[in-house]
Design a protein around this ligand. Structure first.
Ligand SMILES: *Cc1c(COP(=O)(O)O)cnc(C)c1O
Length: 404
């Protein structure tokens, strides 16, 4: 394995990266290996799937779903990502600080009082209501700045956005545009919506949303849409299976990291490659007798003589306590069960059936080892959640190592 860190041009020479991974020489007890070539591969699957004229806004919110926002942004900028999408102002600010020059859109709510920061960092803000538009306009006017915005239409997600006609709303886009046009501080550059179920087996609801979105665009009536307005709607799932929803730009997130948007979509023809593996080194190996109790609460007691290994990952790394006596990891390519409660920083495995286990041997918590694999989907199912949460809940103290 070669560390990208050694690449010709100090690709990762930003402070944030080194805060996470102090030095190439440090051996970490637990780490997340991020496969850069997998992310590149996934990006190009999308790139070749959508029309050339369609832009790609790579969604890198939540620290690129746990994969590291700045390294992923740099990598994807080189591959030709046209823009980046984040959820919060602090995420956008970090990217600017780290030298990312592409357009950045904040999908979420930014308190209007931050108008001057948005302008200074040239960040695009989503405007989801008239009240918000007015507040942002006032703040921008007071600060003497102009803000680039995208208008969000709620066609059925029920989250942020002007309610589309047909989704309980009555505001015509024409009225919104007219009002915004009178606010000379807000530059309308885009308009978008978000699907609630484009990853479902049946796409009826997604098509209903698409229809409402198109009707909303048509409702601009006599007011022509601003020149060069960027229209977008598609998340990963819609990018994959709803070409009619691509418009001017797509916003893939989860697929970039090699994960399917839902189990229903795993049958898709996309050859995605998961980018994240989580690995640790065994901290301790102990031969114990029958009747030996393991971890907090003595909830687990061995039923026979066996060998237990302590693994340096716990719930404060993002390994859920729900996996107490339920999870499993790979040791020498063989599954070993989690026994007893998951602690804050450690967890124990029964490795009695695996020959020759030693301290410092590599354990795979997520990913492949030998013939076996633990997928984010599996970990999600085991903890009643989705692969999105599995990768994005890995906490910052788990260093990310970028490998080719
Ligand atoms: C998170 C998000 C996306 C990306 O969704 P995926 O399912 O990960 O592709 C796109 N658009 C918006 C508005 C989002 O919040």
């Amino acid at each position: 394995m070669q560390y990208l860190h050694c690449a010709e041009d100090n690709f990762f020479s930003d402070n944030r990266f080194f805060m996470r991974r102090t030095s190439i020489d440090v051996l970490h007890p637990v780490w997340a290996a991020i496969d850069c070539s997998a992310i590149r591969h996934n990006f190009h699957l999308i790139r070749s799937h959508v029309e050339k004229s369609v832009k790609i806004m790579a969604v890198i919110k939540a620290d690129a779903y746990g994969h590291g926002a700045t390294p992923v942004a740099r990598l994807l900028a080189r591959e030709g990502a046209d823009a980046f999408g984040v959820a919060r102002l602090c995420e956008a600010q970090q990217l600017r600080k780290d030298g990312i020059l592409q357009p950045i859109l904040i999908f979420g709510y930014t308190p209007p009082g931050n108008a001057s920061i948005l302008a200074a960092d040239d960040i695009i803000q989503t405007v989801h209501s008239l009240e918000y538009a007015k507040a942002l306009h006032c703040a921008a006017q007071a600060a003497g700045c102009r803000i680039r915005i995208h208008i969000k239409i709620d066609t059925g997600m029920g989250r942020l956005g002007f309610l589309a006609k047909g989704n309980g709303g009555k505001v015509l886009l024409a009225e919104v545009l007219q009002l915004l046009a009178s606010c000379n501080t807000l530059l309308i550059e885009g308009i978008f919506t978000h699907f609630a179920s484009s990853d479902a087996a049946v796409l009826d609801n997604a098509h209903r949303q698409l229809k409402l979105f198109k009707a909303t665009l048509d409702d601009s009536g006599l007011i022509s849409l601003p020149d060069g307005l960027c229209v977008h709607a598609a998340n990963s799932a819609a990018t994959m299976v709803m070409p009619e929803a691509h418009f001017d730009m797509v916003r893939p997130g989860i697929v970039l990291y090699g994960l399917h948007p839902s189990t229903e979509m795993k049958t898709s023809a996309f050859d995605l490659r998961p980018a994240m593996s989580i690995k640790a080194r065994i901290a301790s190996v102990k031969h114990v007798p029958k009747g030996f109790s393991v971890s907090y609460g003595h909830s687990y007691v061995t039923t026979k003589e066996t060998v237990i290994a302590a693994i340096p990952i716990g719930y404060a790394d993002g390994y859920p306590r729900l996996l107490s006596s339920r999870g499993s990891m790979l040791v020498h390519g063989i599954r070993a069960n989690v026994i007893g409660r998951v602690c804050m920083d450690q967890v124990m495995l029964d490795v009695g059936h695996i020959p020759d286990v030693h301290e410092s041997d590599e354990v795979v918590i997520l990913g492949q080892q030998g013939e076996n694999e633990i997928t984010a989907d599996e970990l999600g199912q085991a903890t009643d959640t989705i692969n999105y949460e599995v990768v994005s809940r890995i906490l910052a103290r788990v260093p990310r190592e970028y490998v080719e």
